[in-house]
Design a protein around this ligand. Structure first.
Ligand code: ADP
Ligand code: ZN
Ligand code: ZN
Length: 719
């Protein structure tokens, strides 16, 4: 007698599925979630393959878990991610199967009910099940089996034959259905044209990808809502990906103004029972629109009809631990697998997406003007070489005068400095000791509100000492340079009667409280907002008319080849916060190098020229998207161990045409969290199969020993 073998992928860092025997009477399908023994425990996994064979060599599957099965498309997507990123397949699965971790296998409940169809064979046990179920009620599988006094396998058999159908059970609707015709906006001619193009993409086969490029305030959201409406009309699901913090009340309100209800949201703040029910609702197709952070890309959509990636240039889309993936790129892959169109929206598109437009791979949909005849802010560079800024102060006379003017009219000012805390460096005037993190090659940043020195890489915290820990001098510590807290101090002295707020990721109270404060700013409850990049993007503050950039040069000096692009995007985004309401806006950008191409392009508004030049530089250097790149970080608690292993790896790297292996060299941050880091960079021409090269190479590398780790990052975002 032939028996069946199930290859079960377990959501742990394992690269292959493990084989288990399928017990007689257990009807399994590929994609089913099952419980299996692993060493001494029972774990959840997903049937990745089924085959005939002598199962006697394998331990049996313990049973099926009542959780939504993973569709073939979902499994293909996870396989693809693992292939592309070189992450273990099980780690990719862990991202798509968060709920069923073996601890709570009953988290999602599947109900069953009788259909019209009669089974081929009616056994007495089956008859009992049908008798119980003929009242048409939905029951849990377990309940039905119990009531009928049969084993779960009998119920499964009837499901397989279509006599019973499964229904995902939810206590109450998790999300009211959005109405595509609820509150249609009056679109401008440009917006209408753009919207029509996007809507038509939903009827194309194969489904295309479009870059929706529109200046800040042009109404990109209104326009992609048209495509979302179309997906709903077609009865399909739409996913709107956003950087986590962009999921504000403001966005939700705009959504409900358009669709009559709030969208379901998926982000790190959604937890517990709600998370489980959402997951089930997405798997059953009940939830039509999800607005979510990058992890929402890994939900088991029943019928995904559209993906929008808002702010597609955002670095927040890159996940840099565990599976190293870029959510924008993976959204395009998921769209291809699901045959769902993908819209990448941005005011400052990435060079990658622009090049894809030039190559004809993506459509280009353009909104060149702000909505409602509003003007883009006037941007002026403030040359710090010409300004008299007192020691220990950072607001130039020009910026101060600007603030007084706008505040005097009752308008809001945003001061942008991309530096958390009070001061980026603390040193002792007596002995020149600099306060450095014990675990990382980084200075400790002073946080004065918390009275501590904090490492921004590992989270190490120590109380700001009274006396120098090195020489014991009292009152000898000096704070060097400003962070947002220090600017807030200056502002409080200069504008004592204005209401100020500091916003950065240190904001106490977490994301929810931060979202509330963002809403308060939009309502005009603060006069001066001092913030890091957290407030620079995406938000709509109608009363904000002046943006002051305190130090536009931050970021330009890093050795990263993307530094110019990143800085340009960030500065365009932050200056774009000005003048989005009735009143026109302006931006004053403090810099030591007003002639730098990034600053010059920002001031002149000639983004095209800047991008052309940057793209040319990238092309000449053979950097992505003109070549491929992977970074390998070899780390260990012992510096020698890390270096030795990195060298051993480099030694077995085969020369191949179009492939350059650089290093090993100390990684840009040579020590993080007590681990020393060395880096190898693999640069290839575009035609080279980078993944194939890396796999073959990794197979030849010596096994890692002790606490040495190798992390592979395909398409690293900083290098
Ligand atoms: P973007 O995302 O391109 O920066 P938004 O979609 O946030 O722009 O739109 C900017 C502002 O203009 C928002 O307050 C939005 O409500 C408003 N807006 C845009 N298009 C329309 C429209 N057709 N009708 C009414 N308001 C609009
Ligand atoms: Zn000292
Ligand atoms: Zn540290």
């Amino acid at each position: 007698m032939t028996s069946r073998i199930a290859d079960v992928l377990i959501p742990l860092a394992l690269d292959t599925a493990y084989s288990y025997a399928v017990p007689d009477g257990l009807a399994l399908q590929e994609g089913d979630v099952v419980q299996v023994p692993l060493a001494t425990r029972e774990v959840a996994g997903v049937v990745w393959g089924l085959r005939n064979g002598a199962g006697s060599n394998f331990k049996p599957v313990t049973g099926r878990i009542d959780a939504p099965a993973l569709s073939p498309k979902m499994r293909k997507f996870l396989d693809w991610i693992a292939w592309y990123t070189l992450a273990p397949k099980g780690s990719a699965l862990a991202m798509g199967l968060k709920l069923v971790d073996g601890d709570r296998p009953e988290a999602i409940r599947i109900g069953v009910r009788l259909t019209e169809s009669v089974p081929k064979r009616v056994t007495p046990a089956r008859q009992r099940v049908m008798d119980v179920a003929k009242d048409g009620l939905v029951r849990l599988k377990r309940e039905l089996a119990q009531e009928a006094g049969v084993s779960a396998g009998v119920v499964d058999g009837l499901i397989d034959e279509g006599t019973l159908e499964t229904v995902t059970l939810l206590a109450e609707p998790i999300a009211e259905p959005p109405d595509p015709d609820f509150g249609q906006s009056q679109l401008s001619t440009d917006q209408r044209k753009a919207g029509d193009t996007l809507v038509s993409m939903l009827s194309e086969n194969p489904a295309p990808v479009a870059l929706l490029e529109g200046v800040t305030g042009s109404g990109k959201t209104e326009v992609y809502f048209e495509a979302v409406a179309e997906a709903i009309r077609q009865g399909r699901q739409a996913l709107i990906l956003m950087p986590e913090i962009a999921l504000t009340a403001q966005f939700l309100d705009r959504f409900s103004a358009r669709f009559g209800v709030k969208p379901a949201t998926w982000h790190s703040g959604v937890s517990g029972r709600k998370r489980e029910r959402l997951y089930a609702g997405i798997a059953s197709g009940e939830v039509k629109v999800i607005a979510g952070a990058r992890s929402a890309l890994f939900l088991p959509y029943a019928d995904l009809g559209l993906i929008v990636v808002d702010e597609e240039h955002e670095t927040a889309y890159k996940q840099d631990d565990g599976v190293h993936y870029h959510a924008r790129d993976m959204a395009v892959v998921r769209g291809r697998i699901e045959n769902a169109p993908v819209i990448l929206a941005s005011a400052t598109p990435s060079i990658e997406s622009r090049v894809n437009v030039e190559r004809g791979r993506y459509r280009h949909v353009h909104l060149p003007e702000r909505f409602g005849g509003r003007q883009l802010p006037q941007i002026r560079a403030v040359d710090l070489r010409q300004e008299q800024v007192p020691r220990g102060r950072w607001l130039s006379p020009t910026l101060l005068a600007g603030m007084e003017e706008n505040l005097g009219r009752g308008e809001q000012v945003l001061l942008f400095l991309n530096r958390r805390g009070y001061a980026p460096l603390t040193l002792c005037r007596a002995c020149a000791h600099r306060y450095e993190c014990p675990n990382c090659s980084a200075w400790l940043v002073e946080h004065r509100f918390r009275r501590s020195l904090v490492c921004h890489h590992c989270g190490h915290v120590e109380r700001t000492p009274q006396a120098c820990i090195s020489c014991g001098s009292l009152d000898s510590l000096v704070s060097c340079g400003p962070g947002v807290e220090r600017i807030a101090e200056e502002v409080a002295e200069l504008f004592p009667d204005k209401r100020g707020i500091v916003l950065s990721s240190d904001f106490p109270g977490g994301t929810e409280r931060l979202r509330r404060e963002l809403a308060a700013i939009a309502d005009g409850e603060f006069d001066i907002v001092i913030g890091t990049q957290l407030v620079a993007k995406g938000h709509n503050f109608p009363l904000m008319t002046l943006v002051g950039v305190l130090d536009a040069d931050i970021g330009l000096t890093s050795g990263d080849p993307r530094a110019a692009e990143r800085t340009f995007q960030l500065l365009q985004q932050v200056t774009g916060r000005a003048g989005r309401g009735e009143k026109p806006g302006r931006a004053l950008v403090q810099t030591w190098q007003p002639d730098h191409p990034v600053i010059a392009a920002l001031v002149s508004g000639d983004a095209e020229r800047f991008y052309r030049e940057e793209t040319r530089v990238r092309e000449m250097a053979g950097l992505p998207p003109f070549g491929r790149l992977a970074s390998l970080i070899i780390s260990a608690e012992d510096r020698d161990a890390a270096e030795t292993h990195a060298r051993a790896m480099a030694k077995v790297a085969d020369p191949a045409p179009g492939v350059t292996v650089l290093g090993p060299a100390e990684a840009p941050l040579a020590l993080i969290r007590g681990r020393y880091r060395f880096r190898l960079l693999v640069k290839t021409e575009r035609e080279v199969d980078l993944q194939g090269y890396l796999r073959a190479w990794m197979a030849r590398c010596p096994k890692v020993r002790g606490n040495t780790r190798v992390a592979i990052d395909v398409d690293p975002q900083s290098f």
